[in-house]
Design a protein around this ligand. Structure first.
Ligand code: AHR
Length: 497
């Protein structure tokens, strides 16, 4: 069957810019997120530049990754930055306490991360330790990375091979401080944050000063946002929010990443869509204390969280990534685009081999996931101007759960083209989507589509990808209206000129 959906585009009512940081990444010392995924070492037979995988860098450059958050996550509040600098053969091995107690060789530290970010062309978002270190560690690390002066820390950095200061435009001060970052109450965290930011120095980094991101709420913990904004809102530049799309089961139980039922398709999509309302409610609290919207909401961890490849829960958090994940990613993008008056940054968890990854590796092999392709298709939305798109969509219902079939957003790209991104979340039906273009006189349309035969189709090592962006031929333009024939379970991005 085919469903019908409509939309009205308001090209004459430009909204806020969609900051490119909305398309940020997160890479943590967890499972094979860093080692094997990014770092193979200079002596590896896997092609690398200064120890960093060339295949991965090449693929990430295609995504125009604007920002990478590192070193955690939970890892950040247990990390001593000093372990990761200086000659690599002298660095101490440590136990990675949050993630299986696995050996942490510290071969990948500050200089290696910065090299990786620079190779990819991304800005650095550094997470500093508030949970288990004094403010002096943060102070010293910042000075080590960013000072241009003649002082011991900057000189140590120079001796370690980096003359020019690193650029650190974004700094997270604590991570999940309500949990792995210290099990703090919001009142206590707000005080700790105030104390830490007192010792946060910009070290003459070129303006604008680094953005200080306070550790934010988990999901629907609105009290956290309220208390931190009330007590520390004037002293922070951004507040984070973490929202994972978890199946209804207990998070350690996990839902299936592949071979799931249609009920599980709908449950995951419905779960992903909830972020819209959750952002709205956190933003409304922030409005109370910051009506001018100076403080950004940074959704610096989001994505699907399933049971691991092994079928059981394991702390490496490595999961398969199917067409469903590509659709989940597109729905998030569309939602984020609608909240860019407040949401200025997001990071999907995580870049490599962990949770909803862009790329999976196995030794020298690498595979791009459907999520990777969704990111790639949405590149034109980076730094574009959001345009209102009023969508009227039929629903897809299964049992007690209903989701709208269509989730979409529009923007004017930096290249002057108008882009519309759509997730058809209906797993069964094509949707004929008629968009009234209003004042826009377009004469040409082209686009890309991500879809597959099976809803749990994924890409396998050594095979040509079963789920990859393909040229889209389902668009027609006539009399100021755009009609899109959207395949069931698909992502489509079209550009109009
Ligand atoms: O992304 C995996 C983990 O999830 C992060 O380390 C932590 O911040 C969150 O709980």
């Amino acid at each position: 069957a085919t469903q019908a959906a409509t939309a009205q585009l308001h090209a004459d009512q430009p909204g806020p810019t969609i900051p490119r940081y909305i398309y940020g990444q997160f890479s943590e010392h967890l499972g094979s997120g860093i080692y094997d995924g990014i770092w193979v070492g200079e002596k590896s037979s896997i092609p690398n530049v200064r120890g960093i995988r060339s295949d991965v860098v090449r693929a990430l450059r295609e995504l125009k990754v604007p920002l990478i958050r590192w070193p955690g996550g939970c890892f950040a509040d247990d990390y001593n930055w000093r372990d990761g600098i200086g000659p690599r053969d002298k660095r101490p091995g440590r136990k990675n306490n949050w993630w299986t107690g696995k050996h942490e060789s510290n071969q990948f530290g500050t200089h290696e991360f910065m090299d990786f970010a620079e190779q990819v062309g991304a800005d650095a978002y550094i997470g500093v330790n508030l949970g288990s270190a004094p403010p002096r560690d943060m102070r010293d690390w910042m000075e080590y990375m960013t000072s241009d002066g003649d002082n011991a820390l900057a000189n140590e950095r120079r001796r370690n091979g980096r003359d020019q200061p690193f650029k650190v435009p974004v700094v997270g001060i604590g991570n999940e401080s309500w949990g792995c970052g210290g099990n703090m109450r919001p009142e206590y965290y707000a005080d700790e944050y105030r104390r830490f930011q007192t010792f946060f120095h910009n070290n003459g980094q070129a303006a604008p000063a680094a953005i200080r991101v306070a550790s934010g709420a988990d999901r629907e913990d609105y009290n956290w946002t309220d208390v931190v904004m009330k007590q520390a809102g004037a002293k922070l530049d951004a507040l984070s929010l973490h929202y994972y799309t978890l199946p209804p089961a207990d998070w350690k139980e996990g839902g299936k990443a592949t071979r799931f039922s249609k009920e599980e398709w709908v449950a995951i999509l419905a779960g992903a869509l909830r972020i819209d309302d959750i952002i709205r409610r956190h933003a409304a609290i922030m409005d109370k204390y910051d009506p001018k919207k100076r403080v950004g909401l940074y959704v610096d961890e989001w994505g699907t969280w399933y049971r691991s490849d092994s079928g059981k829960f394991d702390w490496d958090l490595r999961q398969q990534n199917t067409l469903r994940d590509g659709v989940v990613a597109a729905a998030h993008f569309n939602i984020f685009h609608r909240h860019t008056d407040r949401v200025k940054q997001t990071s999907i968890a995580q870049t490599m081999n962990v949770l909803q990854a862009m790329i999976l590796t196995d030794g020298p092999k690498m595979v791009l996931t459907p999520t990777y392709y969704a990111f790639k298709m949405y590149v034109p939305f980076q730094d574009a101007t959001a345009l209102p798109l009023d969508v009227s969509s039929p629903s897809y219902r299964l049992g007690a759960t209903a989701i709208p079939s269509i989730n979409a957003s529009a923007a004017k790209g930096k290249d002057g083209k108008i882009y519309i991104g759509i997730a058809n979340m209906n797993p069964d039906d094509n949707v004929q989507f008629s968009v009234n273009l209003g004042t826009l006189a377009a004469t040409k349309v082209s686009g890309q589509v991500l879809t597959a035969q099976q809803m749990d189709q994924f890409n396998e090592f050594g095979k040509s990808p079963a789920v990859a962006a393909q040229p889209y031929r389902g668009a027609t333009l006539a009399n100021g209206a755009l009609t899109l024939d959207l395949p069931a379970k698909s992502v489509v991005v079209v550009g109009l000129e």
